[in-house]
Structures are given as C-alpha cells and as structure tokens.
Design a protein. Structure first.
Lengths: 180, 391, 180, 391
C-alpha cells in the first residue's frame, strides 16, 4: 500500500475516532478546516512510485489533447489533465485564483501533469472554489490518473470544499505545488 | 501498472491571498520531486465600478429556484464574476456604487419548506454579503422586471414591489439595514423612484400614482389623471429612465412614447409621440422584447428594440435597435442586430456601447459611434435583464 | 374602467385593508387561498366589451401560428394563445391537468382563445401547477391579449400560485371555462 | 382599440380532482358569453410501477444546487412526471415498489445558510412527500453515483454513504422513518447491500469490507483479501448487480470483470475475466462512461458501454454497448449506438429494453430482442443516472 493511502487511512481513522466521539459533523468539518488551515504541518504526503513514460497518464493526456501553456481558459491547458468541472479562469478567476465572492478551499487532491514546454511533470493541487453555485463556464473533464471516489485522494468527482466555510462548488482551480 | 501520477494526498492551502507555505511540507516527496513553494490559492476582487460593466440578471427558467447574476466586463467582453441568487430575483445598484442589492426569495428546502424574502447587500468589489434584510411582506414573484425593485436616487431606501395580491412597496433603510414598512399602492405596479422619499407607479386604470412617505413610512398617495389607455395601448413595463433628472420615457404596445417628468411632487406629462412613421406602420414594425428600451442620459437618445409584428407580439425579440433623439422626437439611426435580442441597455459614458442580450443566449456589444460590433460573450441559459453602473 | 378592473381594485382594496390590519403575508395568502377555494362565490367577473374580429388578438394569434386542436404538447395548440411557460401536457399532466406531485393553483387569470375547429372563442383559465421547480419541457410564449403586470389579471409573467400551498411554479395549464 | 379578449378576472378553481363549479359564477359575463361548467383542474397520478418505467436522476451541473428526477415511461418514450431535488441527490426505489427515496441536501438560502441533509420518502403514485428523515451526519457530496445510497434487499433500511472526510454509512429505518446511526467503514466507499443488516463496500486497498449491523447499528466489519489492484487496474464505481441474489459484477478500467457473490456473510470472489479479446485490445476498446454497466438478472447478461480509448478515458461516453453472457463470459452481441451514451440500464422483464442516456442529452431506448431503436425522448440539461423499477 502506497504512502498516500496509508496517510489517507490514518486520516480517515483519526477522523473516524473523532466521529465516534460524537463530535457533530458540522463541528467536525469546521474543526477539520481550522486544523488544516491553521496547522504548520500541511499534510502533503505524496506517493513515491517509479515513472514509466509509456504509461504515464499525464504524458498520454498531454499528447491526446495537444496540451498547451498559453490559454488557461481552454480544456487542454496543461494543468487541467485531471480537472473535472468549470474552470475558474472562465469565471473571473484564474488557474490558481478563485473568482470574486467565492471561497477558496483549504483542501484539495494532488495530481500530476506534464508541461509540454519544458517536458517536466508538475504536481498540481486541484482546489475547488466554493460558496456559490456552479460558475458555470468552460466545463472540462480531464481524467488522466483519476481514480474512483473510494480512493478519494485521487478522485475529481468529489466536491473539494472540505474545510471551507461552504460545501457548495463554484469552480475548479489547479495550482502548481511541486515538480517531479 | 506503473505511472508517474505519484503525488497524491489531501493538500492543504491557506485561505485567500495568504501564501501557501508548502516548501517545508513536501519533505516526504519521492526523491524525484521538488517542492516549488506552492502557488497561492488567491481570491480575485473586482475592480472599481466603471461605466461599461454590465450586470446581467438571469432567472434560470428550467431551474427557476436558483437564479444568477453575471458580472460582465463590457469593454473586454469578459466574465468578471458570477453571483448566485434565488427565486425570481431582482437587482439594483447603489447610486454611489457603494453596494449591490439583490432582492431574493428562498425556500429552506430548495423548492419547499419555509419561505424567506430578503434584500441582500453585497460589497461591489469583494461580492461578499454584508446583510440580509428580511422583507416580511414578501416580494412579487414574477419573471423579473427592472422596475419591481429599485433604490431611491439618494441611495437611502430600497423599494421592493409586492403583489400578494395586495399591491404594496416594501421600504428598506439602507443605512439602518432594516425593513421599515410597506407603502400601499392599490391597483398600481412598478416603481419609479423620483426623490429620497418619493416614487411613482403605473396604475391599471392608466393613471400614475405618486407616493411620498415619511421616516415612519407613512405615505400619501396622489393619482394623476389618465395619461395612457390601458385597454387600447398600454405602456410596457420597461422604460427609458433618467433617474438623476427624474425623467421617464414609457413606450407603449403601439410604439408611442409617453414622456413623464417625475422630478417634482406632481408628475408632468409631456405630449406623447410615436416611434413609427406611416411607412413603419405599413411595414408592421413594433417595439418588443423584454427590457426593450434604454436611454443615454447625456445625449437624451432613446434606443428601442424593434421587430416586424403582427400585433400582440410585444415580447418578441427585436431584430433592429432604433435610435431616437428624445428632444426632436426623430429617429436618427437604425442598428441591424447580428442576433435578435430580448433586452438592451447602453453605457452612460461619453463613448457609449449598446449591450444586447440575444436569444442565443449571448451578450453582443455594439459601439454606438458607428454601430459596429465590439464583441460577443456567451453565458447562461436564460439571461434576461441588463444593468450598468450608473444607469 | 372595466368591470374586471373594478373588481381587481375592490379585491386589492380589500386585501390592502387586511394587510393594513397587520395580517401577516403568509396568513394572508393562505387565508386568500382558503377563501377562494372554499367560497361558494367564485370571483369570476369578466369584462364585457364588443368584439371586433379585425383586432381580435385571439383570432390574430390563431391565424399567425396556425392554431390546432389535436396536439396539446405543441405551442400552437389553440388554448395556449396567452400562455407563457412550460406546458403541463409535456410533463405528465394535460392542458387542464397538473402533473403528479404538483399542486393545482386555485387562482388563475382568464383569457380568450379561438378554437379553429368551430370558429368560436372560449374563455381560458390560465392556471399554474405549483409546488415543484420548473417542469421544464415545451416552453411556449403566447402573448395574445396579454398585458403588463400592473394589470395583473391579464398578465402571464406572474407566478399564478396564489392560494396554493406553494408559490413555486412548475408548469402552465389552460382550462376551458366558458364561451363568448 | 376594441378586442374580444373580454373575460378577465381572477378565476378560482377547486383543488385537485374536485370539479370546478364555475357555471353559476359566470353570471356577470357579457351577454355573448356562456359558461361551460368549467373544466376541472385535475391532478394526475402515476400508474403502478412497471418494469419499463425509468427514473432519471439529473444533477443539473450549471445549477448544481437544484437537481431533478425525471419519471419516464420507457414503453411510450414519454415523460410521466418531473420531481424536484436539491444538491447532488441520490435516489432509491423500495424493493416492493412502495416508496421512492431521495437522499438530498439543501441550504436554507439556496447556495448558503443552514445546511440540511435528509432522506425523503415519496409515495410512488402521487409523488407526495411522506417524510423527511434527517441525516445528522450529512451525505457524501459528489457527482451522484448509484451505490452511494441504497436500500437493503428487504426494504427495511436505507443506507447513505458519507465522507466528511470520515467514511461512514448512515442507516435509516424505513419502518420507524428515523435515522438510527452510522456504520464506520474506514478507507472504504460505495454500498452494496446484501442482506437486511449487511452491506459490502470497496476499499482503497483493493479489499472488500463487509459490515453487519444490529438493531442499534452496532456493526462488525470484516475485510476480505485484496481482490483487485487499486493502483494498476481499479474497479469502477458502477456495477452490474443482482440485488436479489446478492451478486455483483465489478468492471475495471482495463475491462476486467470481477464477479463477487455477497449473498453469504463472507464474500465469494469468482475468477476475474476480461471483456476484451486481444483484437479488441489492439483496437484500444475500453469500458467507459458513468453508469456504464447493467445486468439483466433473469438471463445473466451484462451490458457494457464501450469506446475506443486511449487509457484514462474511463469517463468517456460509449459508442457501443457490448453484451456478454456472464455465465460463459463470452461476448454475444455488439449494439452500435445511434448517439454516444454516458449511462445505461436495462429493464428486468422478459422482453427487456436497453435505456441509454446520451450526451445530447436524450434517452434513447433499444429493444434488446434485435437492437432496434424503440424511440428517443429529450429532456433536461445533464441527466446522469438511470433507475428502473425492480433493478
């Protein structure tokens, strides 16, 4: 089992214990948000795994859609290889900027996408902007490396607003957080 | 299966505008991975109001419980933000641009449960909510029309029409952020604010009612004589309006303009005049659409959406915008629209643009200097009403 | 001033007095509903006015759209000359039948449409079905004889759910209630 | 202006199914008018459940706060009713057809305010609401997937998955109409009910968790050994399922079928087999879509939406439905779809229909006797999940 999944299990386990202690869901979620936002330790614990270019979903996607780095309002913008939803870039925000009046989520999942300009693979945090109903422009469905929701830390169908003041999905952003 | 999708976890970023300090946190990355400091998860804010910003109110017909308001950069033909709203919302802008107001109705369980009506105060830059002011008498639930909710010229009061089926206007004090009372306007509708404590309404018998209210919302109502024929040629609900001067240009089904000066306590009715020549009538031209008329204040030009009838097509989208000089009462231009439009407005600056909400739907903008197309931006399912800063 | 308008004014007046007596809006509306549903007197007080075929909006509409009497799911079905909204016929109901789970409204406005088969003009009660969000199929916009909302008894933009248990619009029905 | 639009008033009709007694009331009509007794304002009810009725759940993506459920007559290709719902709803049908269940989330002011989560009980004929059962632990908010909410085979309990981010299953007693408690399934998701007090879930480590709970919702969880590789070839979330026999056919990204018998306390894993021949693989065929697989119980035939990849296109709409005999593990038919589909289901009767939700969007129905098209019905903006009575 990969490190990330171990982390997730620990994470779930910890949260489950809290649930078991009869912490109400709403306190629980807001507690989580506070914990995550306020914590010095930010729980980014990636999974280590050997790259095999031939089966690299990021590279496959970049090739399939002719990924580009110029237009963050197009579905084939390189960072969106695993993004599912409405692009914040089309709704008054940017690839890593929430539109006015929305609420940036403190939580996200992290995928990896290939930058076609430098040929390098970057870690992308898929963070939702929350607090308003769907934005809804530029619906894009990237699914490179995306997994079912029983592996939540790799799933893009989930409303990634955990820890935000609202669980309402407005749009999808994609921030660079590392490089592989 | 091997893959390079290697880095997967809940990632925690900091809230708006605070930098994400991921650098120290990526120590558990695989050897091949380098943290990059982490891109901020920023939160955008709007620039200050400017004349060519357009707010487009969208009652989403197939999902009527949840409307939207689109904030459009009319210079760049771009979306600046999208606001969420409820059932048949209305919208208004503070005259000093200091607030945006959404008049709204919700049910606690979406389409059922407890109803609540409110005026919501939005910061115009952050689009954050400053207040929900309860409207205890409710709101008029109808396909949204601009003059069902307004703000007084001094910005002091919000006025929200209600038909339940008694016809009243709810008054909200914007300073106190409190509902203050209702003014009864029996048999009348629509709100044309003319002073800090005065507004007029159109009545079903063809008269204009003018209500003046005091700080306790005690009102006196005066009724004008009949100025239009509600049976033969009623005036439409959307008007050309100069809120600063207190001048209203009503347009009727048959294409007559009824100018009314509401700046004084007693409305002054100017002679009606027709948009249509005999030739136009022979060609069966009619005004029509939804927000079908706009006034450019500085030049006193009227812009009217026109289509070829028959009669009783007063909601049909327009294929042309006709331009009239309200002083000379002459048509001075005809703009053939690229796409038929249901609603129009104009910016109030010196080099005005014409904004047209098409049936497509899209917002197509024309430069009024020469009628040329500035651009087109597509959004929404059924956008309906257009507001510009300073209109 | 026409009888109908007089009625409306009386109606408004009566209601206004009640409002002035500090009856809350919700009690007020439900009281109205009860009154209207339970009353022996049903306040249908039409306006008398001479017909002029040349300017008859019902006849003009029937001609313009080639009105028909066979398909109640088409916008040119004869009864819909002044109907604005989604047809209940397309959502599990009929021209005078609300779809399952919706709430028939006890109030309506009454227009008149020409039946192209018999050439006669009928009074049509435009009643909304309420209680659920938009149905939303067969959007039709008839505007024959339709007036602005400051003449509410002739307006089709209004949510005609007064007196129903819900003010949420689901679809539009059109029942025959008389003949001219 | 003269006109024959003569009869205008508030008209009062009686409520559902009660005749309107207008005859006596039209005495004030003009002389030319004759009352006709007044057509009733009836209220339709649904016919009894039947195998080819399809419930289509629509999370409306551009207006996500307000979903719908469409009740479709799959025989006549017609809309029987439209139900309103909230945010990312789920749906379930009582095994005895006595209730419809909507698992739902609302905010008191549409997109803001107080959140409430509930299981709503609907009468299947009148579509009236019998109960809202509060789900105090919330619900999993995600693009709706069938196995996130279920009902036990005996109809006794509703099971609703939650990730907040603790992973639990909320249990509602349908007799008492009360929330009874939550079962924790750490690291697992999806619900496959197998008995009145038992369900299985898929875990992120490739195992199956099986939870058995008592009347107080005290649960014991057992974990199987790993039966699929979550890194290399995870199983998708939608399955072919025989809820009566307790048989689940998982399908994986790479087109493998993992049959699991969950009818006993301990799940029995049958050998995996592939949908794909070497030739199919050479042509790059993949399963894909949303609800991409269906089982016809009586014949144990599996229907799978297929498209030509590349890899990682597991959500791409299918261009063909491949038919497999789950006993012989052989493909027995290929149905070329008129329109690409994201979701499919089959009726469970002896002459089954295949229902396909297309991207158009529309519901296109095929007769499985010969793959011929039965008809097409268009509705909605983004319908997503299909349910049939008895599936």
């Amino acid at each position: 089992m990969a490190k990330g999944l171990q982390f997730m299990d620990r994470f779930f386990e910890r949260m489950s214990r809290r649930t078991a202690q009869q912490v109400s869901r709403r306190h629980f979620v807001s507690g989580l948000g506070a914990a995550m936002v306020g914590a010095t330790f930010l729980p980014v614990l990636p999974v280590s795994r050997k790259a095999q270019a031939a089966e690299d979903p990021a590279a496959a996607w970049a090739k399939q859609v002719e990924a580009q780095t110029k237009d963050p309002r197009a579905c084939n913008y390189w960072r969106y290889c695993s993004s599912d939803g409405y692009l914040c870039s089309c709704c008054g925000g940017g690839p890593a900027t929430c539109p006015p009046g929305s609420v940036p989520s403190p939580t996200s999942w992290v995928g990896s996408c290939l930058n076609p300009d430098d040929g390098k693979t970057y870690l992308i945090a898929y963070r939702d902007c929350c607090g308003k109903d769907s934005c809804p422009k530029c619906a894009c469905l990237g699914s490179a490396g995306e997994k079912p929701a029983y592996i939540p830390q790799l799933n893009n169908d989930i409303i990634w607003c955990f820890g935000a003041s609202s669980m309402i999905y407005h749009c999808s952003s994609a921030a660079i957080v590392g490089q592989i | 299966m091997k893959r390079t999708l290697t880095s997967v976890a809940f990632a925690a970023a900091c809230l708006a505008a605070a930098p994400v300090v991921l650098a120290d946190e990526l120590k558990d990355l695989p050897a091949s991975a380098k943290p990059l400091g982490g891109e901020q998860h920023n939160l955008a804010t709007l620039s200050k109001p400017y004349p060519k910003r357009v707010y487009v109110l969208e009652p989403i017909f197939p999902v009527f419980v949840a409307g939207k308001i689109w904030v459009i950069n009319g210079e760049k033909q771009d979306i600046e933000a999208v606001m969420s709203a409820g059932y048949a919302p209305n919208f208004a802008i503070a005259p000093d641009h200091s607030q945006l107001y959404v008049f709204d109705t919700y049910w606690s369980k979406g389409f059922r449960g407890t109803r609540s009506d409110m005026a919501t105060f939005y910061d115009p830059l952050n689009l954050t909510i400053g207040a929900d002011v309860d409207l205890p008498k409710g709101r008029f639930l109808v396909v949204p029309k601009k003059q069902n909710a307004e703000v007084t010229p001094d910005g002091r009061y919000l006025l929200s029409y209600n038909l339940a089926p008694a016809t009243t206007v709810s008054v909200v004090d914007t300073k106190e952020r409190k509902y203050k009372g209702d003014v009864e306007i029996p048999g009348c509708g629509l709100i044309f604010p003319s002073a800090g404590n005065r507004f007029s309404s159109v009545c079903s018998d063809g008269t204009l009612a003018t209500a003046t209210f005091d700080a306790n919302i005690k009102a006196t109502i005066t009724r004008s004589s009949k100025f239009f024929d509600p049976d033969g040629d009623p005036v439409l609900e959307h008007v050309g309006i100069d809120k600063k001067k207190g001048m209203v240009y009503f347009v009727s089904y048959e294409g007559n303009i009824f100018p009314v000066d509401i700046s004084k306590e007693k409305p002054a009715f100017q002679p009606k005049w027709s948009l249509l020549t005999d030739e136009d009538k022979a060609e069966s031209w009619y005004p029509g659409g939804w927000q079908l008329i706009a006034l450019h204040r500085a030049t006193q030009k009227l812009y009217v959406l026109m289509h070829k009838g028959p009669k009783w097509t007063h909601k049909q989208a327009g294929e042309e915008v006709w331009v009239f000089d309200a002083k000379t009462k002459k048509r001075i231009d005809r703009i053939k629209l690229k796409e038929h439009a249901i609603s129009i407005t104009v910016s109030q600056d010196a080099e005005p643009y014409l904004f047209t909400q098409t049936e497509k739907p899209s917002l197509i903008t024309y430069n009024l200097k020469d009628g040329s197309e500035v651009g087109e931006v597509e959004f929404g399912i059924s956008p309906y009403l257009l507001y510009v800063d300073g209109d």
